[in-house]
Design a protein around this ligand. Structure first.
Ligand code: GLA
Length: 373
């Protein structure tokens, strides 16, 4: 008897370090968090009619499995995109109804979109017993975003949402998809996310532009080093050969990616050694590089990072995720967290007119079936 219904969940993610490296075939260090999308799906007996409701918005999408096409915009494209990508993998599905609800802040840089995509991909795979591997589901979720949402994202968010493990961060090689878990043991320190509550509209257009700028850099580098396929293959000393033969902006973009890859690997060494101060200093370096070389920060994020400088109890701080808004990720001594937030929030409000939302996230498991009572 085929399964008739299922409830699944898939979380948002943080990223300790390794920003804008994933689509350059590089390294990232994300983890799944305690904020997630929960999706309930059931077969409705129809061969192709589907109906799915976004619980947070109270909006419903009706569509047929035989005519899945992108719409003008909105959450619907995440759903349609996932269904379409699963179909491209040969998935035979029948009509289903469902709903989903989440608490991953939208535009918060915690990847609410990957959380939704992965919940759907994972849920449909279970409901219809499609037999797809987690890697196939991750790639389908990523391609949904490319082909239906229009953002040429890397694989980090979907990978973390699907593969996360409690209290562990994932060192992912985005080229081979080899991965290794590292326990996140911060001792007297803890993670604190600070949500700027802004999400600048530049985010998607600039994201795709950065990707193109990296490709432009690679094309120049390939003239001398034909073996280079992505910035992953480039070292800082190789890159320095091109300082005068590349537009300055492109050079800066490449320098961010190449140095950030290096920082990810150093961060795993710092984690293994329990050297939280070193880890924190890498976060600051990452922010500096994202702000100046990659130019994906914004005044709100920079303000929050600046507020931490000179504070002994803060090990590190940086913008997290794609940029142009969302959260900073901070590593600070536990006992000072409350006082720090109380001090910064009014200053932030006074400067920008927005509330600052702190999140004391915990690291949790990735996608899974939710036990039904
Ligand atoms: C977004 C994308 C990811 C990654 C980050 C930046 O979250 O979805 O693939 O590129 O930005 O590191």
């Amino acid at each position: 008897m085929p399964r008739q219904s299922i409830t699944v969940q898939s979380p948002g993610r943080i990223n300790i370090i390794g920003e804008h490296t994933d689509y350059n075939d590089g390294f990232v260090l994300p983890a799944a968090i305690d904020k997630k999308t929960v999706a309930s799906l059931h077969r409705n007996g129809h061969p192709s009619a589907c109906r799915i409701t976004a619980g947070n918005l109270n909006e419903t999408l009706n569509f047929g499995l035989n005519q899945v096409k992108p719409l003008a915009g909105g959450w619907q494209n995440y759903v349609l995109g996932v269904v379409h990508e699963l179909q491209k993998l040969g998935a035979q599905m029948q009509g289903f109804d469902g709903s989903f609800k989440g608490d991953v802040p939208i535009g918060g840089g915690m990847s609410s979109s990957a959380s939704l995509e992965c919940a759907l991909a994972f849920g449909l795979n279970e409901l219809f017993d499609l037999g797809l591997s987690k890697t196939q589901l991750i790639k389908a979720a990523q391609l949904a975003e490319h082909n239906f949402v229009g953002i040429k994202c890397g694989i980090m968010d979907q990978f973390a949402s699907m593969m996360g493990q409690k209290n562990r961060v994932i060192l992912l090689d985005c080229r081979s998809l080899e991965y290794r878990y590292f326990p996140l043991e911060l001792g007297d320190y803890q993670l604190l996310l600070l949500n700027t509550n802004v999400s600048h509209s530049l985010a998607s257009s600039e994201y795709n532009r950065r990707r193109a700028e990296c490709e432009e850099g690679v094309a120049v580098i390939q003239k001398k080093y034909p073996e280079v396929a992505y910035l992953r293959d480039v070292s800082l000393s190789m890159l320095s050969d091109f300082q005068n033969s590349m537009p300055e902006t492109i050079y800066a973009r490449c320098r961010h990616v190449v140095s950030e890859n290096q920082r990810v690997l150093e961060a795993t060494q710092a984690l293994t050694a329990g050297d939280i101060r070193k880890l924190g200093s890498l976060l600051y370096q990452s922010h500096h590089s994202l702000q100046h070389d990659y130019a994906v920060s914004c005044p709100e994020l920079d303000f929050l990072v600046d507020q931490t400088t000179g504070l002994d109890f803060v090990a590190g701080s940086r913008m997290m995720g794609g940029g142009f808004g969302g959260c900073t990720i901070n590593i600070l001594e536990k006992k000072y967290c409350g006082q720090f937030v109380d001090n910064v929030a009014p200053k932030y409000r006074q400067r920008f007119g927005y509330d600052l939302t702190p999140y004391f996230v915990s690291i949790e498991d990735g996608a899974g079936v939710v036990a039904q009572p």
